[in-house]
Unconditional design. Structure first.
Length: 119
């Protein structure tokens, strides 16, 4: 079992920055990759980006490239999502999730943190 807890969301204005955190606990030794997703009201959940814990390889959705950056601190079991130049269309609930090396699906999810960007 892996537990994930996100934090750092809030209400900001267009152009502002926010840094989200996701703390993992439990069987963190089984985690191969952690990802960030977001879901706006009435829309499907969208992949934002991911990072492999061992090598730190990252990938980001085209919609956030150049503005969002994923990083990790293995010593603290924390993954971050640095969001710069925020836009109203970034408004969503942001979730972190984890998957093992043997699965392409993310098996554990956090409860989400709300990010609201006002224009």
């Amino acid at each position: 079992q892996v537990q994930l807890v996100e934090s750092g969301g809030g209400l900001v204005q267009t152009g502002d920055s926010l840094k989200l955190s996701c703390v993992a606990s439990g069987r963190t030794d089984t985690i191969y990759e952690m990802g960030w997703f977001r879901q706006a009201p009435g829309q499907e959940r969208e992949f934002v980006g991911a990072v492999t814990l061992r090598r730190g390889n990252t990938r980001h959705a085209d919609s956030v490239k150049g503005r969002f950056t994923i990083s990790r601190d293995n010593a603290k079991n924390v993954v971050y999502l640095q969001m710069n130049d925020l836009k109203p269309e970034d408004t969503a609930v942001y979730y972190c999730a984890s998957r093992t090396i043997t699965s392409s699906a993310y098996g554990y999810w956090g409860q989400g943190t709300q990010v609201t960007v006002s224009s």
